[in-house]
Design a protein around this ligand. Structure first.
Ligand SMILES: [Zn+2]
Length: 795
């Protein structure tokens, strides 16, 4: 069903747009259609999941009153465990029990009453219900309650013993799926239904491997008389499922998820975010985070509180539909199911094509006048810098993210060569990642690629791809040109630990040469340098980050307003940042993507660098050292390096001083300061916290813990020097985020001005660069508002 919807849409897409030269109206239409595709792809998934859901929900507890004397019941196999790359348990099955009555053996009214009273209390059911179930005298088997915990089973056993009931109540082993880390990696893991069946994510993709083989309990009875039943019982043991060991690292996954949440909050992001961390050499996914997500322990609850409240406030008639849509949204793995315009992140791909084909080298000059005529008499397409970049080399063109330079490269490549690389980098096929519901991309093949398609395509604006396709392409740019197979399962092992299957990490093909890969990496590394590139917010001191920003338009969901002629659609954006590190031997790539940010920290608009860059840097700064990537600091970076605060709490003052001196840190004492034998009762900063190199640890003696507090000043808008002075005057210390300096003003401080904090507290600041809005421009006269609302009148 899903495939049909997608192929129909692709067909329509081609039909509407094929062959026609790109004009401004068509651009709008394209955006609308691409949007429609996004919506419909999602819708297809809803239908599938409704079917699944009804199956699960339909599986209510049933009372089975078997007239015949033979019954059998399934013995559930233990479902395999899912481990992260470091051996942490991400999904596990725990024992639960199904409580079954055998009314045949409960024929005395007195026994039935005792059972009804006792079990009703233990199981939290009504006494009448249990009594009624126990009263069907012809039945040998009647479900009472499923999935009770082992502690409840023990209570029932004790109850039976106490009341000398040896037959008539039976507990059958079953399993419940448990996800110890809650919502962490939920869109990857998915969840299971009541019958030990994987319904989503890995649980669905690897269901055959995980589920094992069910066993059976067969029971035959011949009721000749109440006291002399013939009985026969046979067990066929269940075979346990295999375990999965993932490439996902729970620590990296959690860091990525938290950073996305921070970004969503900070930039008022409306439609969610995606972050993918991948090993560029093997294609192993280390983290794949989508927000919003859900808790697989209770997948049918709306995880997002605001969304839950919104649905609860709806008229009753609308609640069901809204609930289903919200479930679908929280389950969807946007990293593989959503199709988007990659925008300027794609320029690293076009740039690689140009270098590989010898169309440009680092120094090839090109004059950007601010607009570019890509084909004969067509209207020009503008550079984001309307005044033009003037004459620039290719290196400068990429650092400037200059649109005309990339349209020029596309034009020189021509349709055949552009498509050859587009296909080579994997954008024309699904990546084949081992997760369900991967969407296909939307593109023109070589035969239908017109000049306008190439012009816009070279800037990443003419085709829809998935985030997983984009980062797989980035891996090839980084790793010497090899297209890897992204995957989340590293190996499958049986319950004894024997390897059943290992994932093949061989690359699919080489798209560009190792030399081209090195050359483009060198430019992308410069791109994160302050004063040099346009992706400077992704910079992390010591890690030679290569980065490229992307800002791409969406028109989605403003159609109605336009159709009613009320207002012009507000352009919505996806802000993204793609990059990798370290430049000299790339190991990990990261793509961060925010869908519809509503604000930025420096009041600018929609820059991929301004929104996605800082979050990219936050994630990289935390995960690269954790993943064992060696840092290498330049002299200037070394100067600004942070230290980690050692623990001196509980030490004698004189010992604490020695520890701090050895760590190259200064100290200051609050409280009794003339007694070397005084104990350190409190320290600021706390152990493990960042402190500027050569910084000061303030030692508080007993009873003086709250003696020295000050109000945090507002240093936003200040230069580093004046901010440092203001903070020190107030008793605080300044730390530069990611160890980077800048000539521009401070934009953010991590502790709100006006807050009361202890002396010695470290305030981390970050900068506002003159962030460039490198938005793709349609044309000058985009004000004309005809045809916004329909894509079906193409000529
Ligand atoms: Zn330009």
């Amino acid at each position: 069903m899903r495939a049909e919807i997608i192929s129909t849409l692709i067909f329509s897409f081609r039909y509407f747009l094929g062959g026609e030269l790109m004009q401004q109206k068509t651009m709008w239409r394209k955006a609308l259609i691409a949007t429609a595709i996004l919506v419909f792809v999602g819708f297809g998934a809803i239908i599938i999941n409704l079917v699944r859901w009804q199956i699960i929900r339909g599986e209510e507890l049933r009372s089975v009153a078997l007239e015949q004397s033979l019954w059998s019941t399934e013995l559930t196999a233990t479902r395999g465990t899912i481990y992260d790359a470091t051996g942490k348990v991400l999904a596990q099955s725990a024992n639960v029990w199904t409580v079954v009555l055998e009314p045949f053996y409960l024929h005395k009214d007195e026994t039935r009453s005792t059972v009804a009273k006792g079990l009703a209390e233990i199981l939290g059911m009504s006494e009448e219900e249990v009594f009624e179930t126990a009263s069907n005298k012809d039945s040998y088997f009647a479900y009472l309650k499923k999935r009770v915990e082992t502690s409840v089973r023990d209570e029932i056993n004790a109850f039976m013993e106490e009341n000398e009931i040896d037959r008539g109540i039976r507990m059958i082993e079953d399993f419940k799926r448990y996800y110890p880390y809650g919502s962490v990696a939920s869109t990857i893991l998915g969840f299971t239904g009541e019958e030990n069946t994987g319904l989503y994510g890995l649980e669905a993709e690897y269901d055959n491997e995980l589920r094992g083989t069910a066993g059976r309990l067969i029971n035959s009875k011949n009721a000749i008389g109440d006291d002399m039943p013939f009985q026969y019982e046979q067990f066929i043991d269940a075979q346990d499922g295999y375990n999965l060991i993932l490439t996902i690292d729970e620590t990296v996954q959690s860091v990525t998820e938290k950073a996305l949440e921070t970004g969503i909050e900070r930039y008022a992001v409306e439609s969610g975010a995606v972050g993918i961390v991948i090993d560029v050499k093997t294609g192993g996914i280390v983290a794949m985070a989508c927000k919003d997500d859900f808790d697989p322990n209770s997948p049918f609850e709306i995880h997002d509180e605001e969304e839950r409240a919104r649905i609860d406030a709806l008229p009753e008639a609308e609640q069901n539909e809204a609930y289903t849509a919200a479930l679908q949204n929280q389950w969807r793995n946007k990293a593989i199911s959503d199709v988007y315009y990659p925008g300027s992140v794609f320029k690293m791909i076009t740039g690689s094509m140009g270098l590989e084909e010898g169309i440009v080298n680092e120094d090839t000059p090109f004059n950007c006048t601010g607009a570019y005529v890509y084909y004969e008499d067509e209207d020009p397409i503008h550079c984001w810098l309307r005044t033009g970049h003037g004459t620039q080399t290719f290196t400068q063109g990429l650092l400037n993210s200059c649109n005309p330079y990339f349209m020029y490269i596309g034009q020189q490549l021509g349709a055949a060569r552009f498509y050859k690389y587009f296909e080579g980098f994997g954008f024309a096929e699904r990546t084949g990642i081992d997760l369900p519901d991967e969407s296909a991309s939307l593109y023109y093949d070589a035969d239908s690629l017109g000049p306008a398609d190439i012009a816009t395509g070279s800037m990443g604006q003419n085709f829809g791809i998935t985030p997983i396709q984009m980062i797989t392409g980035i891996c090839a740019v980084a790793n010497g040109g090899y297209l890897v197979q992204p995957h989340v399962v590293n190996r499958i092992v049986d319950s004894d630990g024997n390897i059943v299957k290992t994932t093949d990490t061989a690359y699919k093909r080489q798209v560009i040469s190792e030399e081209t890969s090195k050359r483009i990496s060198n430019i992308l590394r410069m791109n994160t340098e302050i004063g040099v590139g346009t992706a400077t917010k992704g910079y992390v001191a010591g890690y030679r980050i290569c980065g490229k920003t992307g800002t791409s338009e969406k028109v989605e969901k403003y159609n109605n307003e336009v159709a009613e002629g009320v207002e012009k659609p507000t352009m919505q954006y996806i802000a993204s940042y793609g990059g990798y590190a370290p430049a000299d031997d790339p190991q990990y790539a990261l793509l961060v993507f925010f869908d519809e940010p509503q604000k930025e920290e420096n009041g600018g608009l929609n820059g991929g660098d301004a929104v996605a860059g800082p979050i990219f840097a936050d994630i990289m700064a935390e995960i690269l050292p954790y993943l064992g990537v060696k840092s290498q600091y330049s002299e200037e970076e070394y100067e600004n390096l942070d230290a980690t605060t050692p623990s001196v709490m509980g030490m004698m003052m004189k010992d604490a001083k020695t520890v701090l001196e050895e760590a190259g840190l200064s100290y200051e004492i609050v409280g009794v300061d003339d007694n070397e034998n005084e104990v350190v009762a409190f320290q600021v900063p706390a152990v493990g916290e960042y402190i500027p190199k050569n910084g000061t640890v303030v030692l508080y003696t007993q009873g003086a813990e709250n003696d020295a507090q000050g109000i945090v000043p507002d240093v936003r808008g200040q230069s580093i020097e004046s901010a440092r002075y203001m903070l020190e005057e107030a008793g605080f210390q300044l730390r530069l985020q990611h160890g980077r300096t800048s000539d521009s003003a401070i934009a953010n401080q991590d502790i709100e001005p006006g807050t009361l904090e202890r002396r010695g507290t470290v305030i981390t600041v970050s900068f506002a660069d003159n962030t460039i809005t490198e938005t793709f421009q349609f044309s000058d006269n985009e004000e004309s508002d005809d045809d916004y609302d329909s894509g079906d009148d193409s000529g």
